[in-house]
Write a protein that binds this ligand. Structure first.
Ligand code: ZN
Length: 346
């Protein structure tokens, strides 16, 4: 075992975020969520695990146990912040279901406020409990990666998507005020998750994809900078879909890494645009490859991502719950094969 591996995969991953160059390709797969085969293996499952800290923790730990991924994500839906702010969601009903946003929390953007006791509301206490439990269950080798909604997502879900986009174009001052309040929630939530045992935060901000590059740069980049500065821990950003026009600006966010969504963004393009200014995480397509492809397809695409320069391998986005477990094993196998071949070349 070489020096870089001395502290185990969690230390290795956190080291990469601090700028350490790993001795071999990183053995951690990020951006993972439970699939139904994991639920069958451990008895904890959706929909219950969205609403119960013990079951959420058990299922999150199972992501590692079933796949060998050295990191686990939780929670798995976009409604935790929205519900606590007073918005509505459609409850998850089956093993392939997550809570989905249904109605905004505020009709008037000027009314967007975060109550002082927000972290006692909705599912926040369940998520903190689950993060503590999964940290204890997995020990020091495996990274716990809590997911928070990004400021644009919190804003769009809380005041309504169309209203927020209209505000960005017609009243940027109001849009900025909403984003600033959303960012404050994001920062405080992130800090508490890291204090509860999280190692690395995933900020998920898919609605940012709909912004013109100039609005992304003028409105969202300063907010991202504030989040990356004030969270006081490693953070990576995930934005779904086609982010080609945003990519050159994303490194200015101050986040440690960007997780791009393939095939909307090609690996070569993401790596070139990020230009080594931040880590690239990605990006094995979840539907065409992980859900519908063979194990060999997954190995081939994973190898291509590594060859083209990603720093950390991951699915392109949230995993469809029916994704076969063998295809997730194939990602771990691809890293093993790559590192073995690299050792032989040395
Ligand atoms: Zn995504």
């Amino acid at each position: 075992m070489n020096q870089a591996r001395g502290g185990g995969p969690r230390e290795e991953l956190l080291g990469i975020f601090k700028g350490k160059v790993p001795a071999a390709f990183c053995e951690t797969v990020l951006l993972n969520s439970p699939v139904t085969e994991m639920m069958e293996q451990c008895g904890a499952g959706w929909p219950r695990a969205h609403y119960d800290g013990t079951e959420m923790a058990e299922l999150a730990a199972q992501i590692h146990r079933s796949t060998g991924f050295n990191a686990v994500n939780l929670p798995w839906d976009a409604c935790v912040e929205l519900e606590a702010l007073g918005g509505s969601s459609i409850p998850a009903k089956s093993e392939v279901d997550v809570p989905t946003p249904a109605g905004p929390a505020f009709e008037d953007p000027e009314c967007f406020t975060v109550p002082k006791d927000i972290f006692e509301r909705g599912r926040f206490p369940i998520v903190f409990d689950a993060v503590r439990r999964v940290r204890n269950a997995l020990g020091k080798e495996v990274a716990v990666v809590p997911l928070v909604e990004g400021p644009m997502n919190i804003a769009c879900l809380s005041i309504g998507l169309n209203r927020m986009y209209r505000l960005v174009i017609r009243d940027p001052g109001s849009a900025e005020r909403v984003l600033e309040r959303a960012a404050k929630l994001c920062i405080e939530y992130g800090r508490r998750l890291l204090n509860s045992g999280g190692d690395l935060l995933q900020v998920s901000d898919p609605f940012a994809q709909g912004l013109a590059a100039r609005h992304f740069l003028s409105l969202l980049i300063p907010i991202y900078k504030r989040i990356s500065r004030e969270v006081e821990g490693p953070v990576f950003l995930h934005i779904c879909g086609n982010t080609k026009s945003l990519l050159p600006h994303i490194p200015e966010s101050g986040f440690g890494a960007f997780s791009y969504d393939s095939p909307a963004v090609r690996t070569s393009e993401a790596v070139r645009s990020l230009g080594g200014r931040m880590l690239a995480i990605g990006s094995v397509p979840t539907v065409s490859c992980l859900l519908e492809g063979s194990e060999q397809d997954v190995i081939d695409v994973s190898m291509e991502c590594i060859r083209e320069g990603v720093d950390i391998l991951s699915p392109s986005c949230g995993l469809p719950p029916r994704t076969p477990l063998k295809n997730l094993h194939a990602m771990v196998e691809a890293i093993r094969l790559w590192n073995e071949a690299a050792k032989r070349r040395d």
